[in-house]
Design a binder for this molecule. Structure first.
Ligand SMILES: NC(=O)c1ccc[n+]([C@@H]2O[C@H](COP(=O)([O-])OP(=O)(O)OC[C@H]3O[C@@H](n4cnc5c(N)ncnc54)[C@H](OP(=O)(O)O)[C@@H]3O)[C@@H](O)[C@H]2O)c1
Length: 318
């Protein structure tokens, strides 16, 4: 294996992240902060250490992941290894507000008001125990968002030295444009679900826009939440409908021919796209985290890439 994973700049920024990112969503081992135990925290700590040692230098987090516990676990490791902060890029997200906050009757919702963005970002900084977030993303589009208000919040956070660069997640391309036209700084990443089981980004304009605007796409659930791999611990509702059996035989055939694992091929398939997709690895198993990093060494041929696309579509190309 390469000693160090390759890095690429995030969008047009000077921030360099590893070719694959480590995702912190599952770090606490549960979605419910009441269920977090010293043992589950320790497993999360070991996962972060495994990722760091395997060469991941881009860590993806969010305030909503186990209601801040995932940020706390990452923050504790950053404190334990002071040299780590300078070597890694910390990305986190805000804008989703859980039900029951601040009033018991409040529904789960999205909130891109300047007041909430700034507050959420400051809370993330505290939990992570850092001075500056490298990349701050808006997690899911707020139907009531006002682009000028978001731009104002971003400027305030940047001027205060609290955030270096900004990005979005799960936006439609038109909404990215609506924000970018009023935002004084370039959006550097767009995080969306992309995998052999979820092909939308290739055809809905998301990756085209990333190429045009120089935005780096980050692929969440690159292994379809575990459906491509040794199994899924917890799937999102939409992922329950995925049919990986359509493409697993093609994936396994290429893996066998190349002498690598199915995981390596599935991730290398994402890496091969010219928009420089960064897969965000969600495993908390150190061996799986290391295995995923091997995709950085595999370059698929055009023929292999298309064989997988056709299998994933479940029908020939027109
Ligand atoms: N922006 C958004 O809206 C959004 C939404 C969801 C996720 N995300 C981000 O994307 C990251 C990844 O999402 P995800 O966790 O669904 O990704 P994923 O990598 O598709 O799925 C991870 C799951 O696959 C399982 N898995 C089984 N075999 C594996 C193998 N050989 N190698 C690796 N994993 C294997 C893992 O279990 P083990 O732990 O046992 O390996 C884990 O439960 C999250 O951590 C988060 O940072 C963002």
């Amino acid at each position: 294996m390469r000693e160090i994973m390759r890095t690429i700049p995030l969008g047009v920024s000077k921030i360099n992240g590893s070719r694959l990112a480590y995702g912190c969503w599952r770090l606490a081992g549960t979605w419910d902060p009441a269920e977090v135990t010293p043992a589950s925290r320790e497993a999360g700590r070991k996962a972060v250490l495994a990722a760091y040692e395997a060469g991941y230098t881009l860590f993806d987090n969010a305030d909503i992941y186990c209601r801040g516990e995932a940020e706390r676990i990452l923050g504790a490791v950053l404190k334990e290894i002071p040299a780590m902060r300078e070597r890694v890029v910390i990305a986190t997200k805000g804008g989703i507000r859980p039900a029951g906050e601040p009033d018991a009757n409040a529904p789960s919702r999205y909130d891109f008001s300047a007041k909430h963005i700034i507050h959420a970002c400051e809370q993330s900084l505290k939990r992570l125990g850092i001075e500056t977030i490298d990349v701050y993303m808006l997690h899911r589009p707020d139907y009531l968002a006002d682009a000028a208000e978001i731009a104002q919040a971003f400027s305030q956070l940047k001027d205060a030295g609290k955030v270096r660069a900004f990005g979005v997640s799960n936006f439609r391309p038109t909404l990215v444009t609506a924000l970018q036209v009023v935002c004084p700084m370039p959006l550097v990443v767009h995080q969306v679900e992309i995998s052999l089981a979820r092909l939308d980004a290739f055809t809905d304009g998301t990756l085209d826009q990333c190429l045009i605007e120089g935005i780096t796409p980050m692929a969440w659930s690159p292994l379809a939440g575990g459906l491509i791999g040794a199994g899924a611990k917890r799937l999102l509702p939409a992922q329950e409908t995925y049919r990986p059996e359509k493409f697993l035989p093609a994936l396994d055939a290429i893996a066998k021919a190349r002498g690598v694992s199915r995981i390596t091929v599935a991730l290398a398939w994402l890496l091969r796209h010219p928009s420089k997709i960064i897969p965000v690895i969600g495993s908390t198993n150190p061996e799986h985290i290391r295995e995923a990093a091997r995709a950085d060494e595999l370059e698929l041929t055009r023929e292999e890439w298309y064989r997988l696309l056709i299998a994933a579509r479940g029908e020939p190309l027109p």
